[in-house]
Design a protein around this ligand. Structure first.
Ligand SMILES: Nc1ncnc2c1ncn2[C@@H]1O[C@H](COP(=O)(O)OP(=O)(O)O)[C@@H](O)[C@H]1O
Ligand SMILES: [Mg+2]
Length: 481
């Protein structure tokens, strides 16, 4: 584990991704960073997906400094109704309910119109088309049911290292970084389970470790409020969230998991500031992209080595086909499958689910196009994890447009490309070296592209699944003007 390099990357385009409640800052303790900007007209567009109304409502409520109960009391709805609206569990919110909460939240003019438009948008819950927003459709913010702990394959070393880091208290911002489906959330959930055991961190009752799912959040300015809320320090207050948390903790320890941070990396300074101002607070961040801020302890979550991946495969296969065993007859095929999917736990699970219909040998023979085969994950998984394609697409959505374009072009480099060759292609399309370097850095950061050294030169390669997606995308982008 190496400390993350101390560099800060300001990404100006981040503001375009944050359809936040800017006009609300004046009456919000938590959105101070954005408080002077005018109301954001992009709000309605940005929220045209199921789950978006849930997110919008929750953000308006947090910004107004109200708990779910407060909002329920003042609007005349039940607390359960508010909770369901914020979980995205209400397919068609009633006009009366939307009007009542909008009234309490003090929404007027464009904000009110955007709120209503989002609430009454016809729901189109389907799998994600290229360029679609898997995460925003999938879940509202703050979901508190991460992967259930237990039944963990490997990771003993990582888990021990994490527990030591948290116990030591010296590093209070810890990032778990790795590609989609590698097991970051799972590891964080296990860590939380360990810390919750009696005696952990010298606390007889253990420590409650809240889990905050940020996959749908686009405004980093709300992170502090969400953390305060998760720790039970939400509600109306004139204090900013960091001050509130610090005042409540008074030096006591608290640990919180911020899951799915990759879309918020441009707002990483919000988290460093929070940790700096709250001496007892430790934040575990899971993210596909490194944060690139000073003071972070980075733990890279690597895919499983093949023997462990085979173990996971066998257990998941037995769940769908109870007579499944690793035998001398199928062992080589299972090993081949695990190698083909690079030991990525999500892909291993999706492959094992195929044992309903196929033998390991039959599956191994079909894995030349992994995206077409590794589909059909369990329905209780987040949308972005139900197929390898949606998992990778949701990573692509977390990078900028140049990185997406370059990703498609890289399909032309079977076996990988050297920087000079990639630059030559980019120049042919009217882009310069700087453009290539920026885009390539993002793709490597988020593990969509692998970099290997070779005779003093770096080679950039797409793993098989990424290459399949890039080839699909190439057909799409080459047609772009
Ligand atoms: N070490 C592991 N042992 C067992 N299952 C795992 C392990 N790592 C990941 N998984 C499973 O693989 C899937 C993807 O893991 P997840 O933690 O959601 O990935 P990430 O957060 O990195 O995208 C989940 O179903 C998870 O339970
Ligand atoms: Mg995750």
């Amino acid at each position: 584990m190496a400390p993350e390099p101390a560099r800060l990357r300001g990404r100006s385009e981040a503001t375009a991704e944050t359809p936040g409640l800017r006009g609300h800052g004046a009456r919000a303790s938590g959105a101070s960073a954005n408080s002077t900007a005018p109301p954001e007209p992009a709000l309605a567009n940005a929220c045209a997906a199921p789950g978006a109304f849930a997110e919008l409502l929750r953000r308006h409520r947090l910004v107004a400094g109200l708990s779910q109960r407060d909002l329920a009391d003042r609007s005349g709805l039940s607390e359960r109704a508010i909770r369901d609206l914020e979980r995205g569990a209400t397919a068609r919110p009633r006009r009366h309910s939307v009007g009542a909460v909008a009234e309490v939240l003090g929404l007027r003019g464009a904000e009110l119109a955007a709120f209503q438009a989002t609430a009454f948008q016809p729901a189109t819950r389907h799998d994600v088309a290229p360029g679609g927003d898997a995460d925003a459709r999938a879940e509202p913010i703050g979901r508190t049911d991460p992967a259930q702990p237990g039944d963990l394959t490997g990771r003993e070393h990582d888990l021990r290292a994490l527990v030591d880091l948290v116990s030591g208290g010296r590093h209070r911002l810890i990032t778990l970084v790795g590609p989609a489906g590698v097991g970051k959330s799972r590891l964080a959930a296990e860590l939380a389970a360990v810390l919750e055991r009696p005696g952990a961190l010298d606390r007889p009752g253990g420590l409650a470790v809240p889990h905050v799912d940020l996959s749908a959040l686009r405004d980093p300015g709300l992170i502090g409020e969400l953390v305060a809320d998760a720790l039970g320090f939400g509600g109306p207050s004139r204090l900013a969230p960091a001050e509130r948390i610090a005042a409540q903790l008074r030096g006591r320890r608290a640990v919180v998991v911020l899951d799915c941070f990759e879309r918020l990396v441009s707002g990483a300074a919000e988290v460093t500031a929070l940790v700096r101002r709250c001496p007892g607070l430790t934040v575990i961040v899971t993210t596909r992209r490194p944060l690139h801020v000073a003071g972070v302890r980075l733990l890279r979550v690597e895919p499983l080595p093949v023997p462990l991946a085979m173990d996971l495969f066998a257990r998941r296969a037995a769940a769908v086909r109870p007579d499944f065993r690793l035998t001398a007859a199928n062992r080589d095929a299972v090993a081949a499958i695990c190698e083909q999917v690079d030991g990525l736990p999500l892909a291993v699970e999706l492959a094992a689910a195929r044992m309903r219909l196929l033998t390991p040998g039959e599956l191994a023979a079909r894995l030349g196009r992994p995206l077409s085969v590794l589909t059909g994950g369990a329905r209780d998984l987040p949308l972005r994890h139900r197929s390898l394609r949606t998992a990778i697409e949701s990573s692509l959505e977390a990078v900028d447009a140049p990185a997406r374009t370059l990703f498609a072009w890289l399909a032309a480099f079977a076996g990988g490309g050297l920087l000079a060759d990639i630059e030559a292609v980019a120049v042919a399309f009217g882009r310069d070296s700087e453009w290539v370097h920026g885009a390539l850095t993002e793709l490597v950061d988020i593990s969509l592209v692998r970099v290997t050294g070779e005779g003093g030169e770096s080679r950039y390669t797409l793993p098989a699944a990424m290459a399949e997606l890039a080839a699909d995308r190439r057909t799409l982008t080459v047609r772009e003007p």
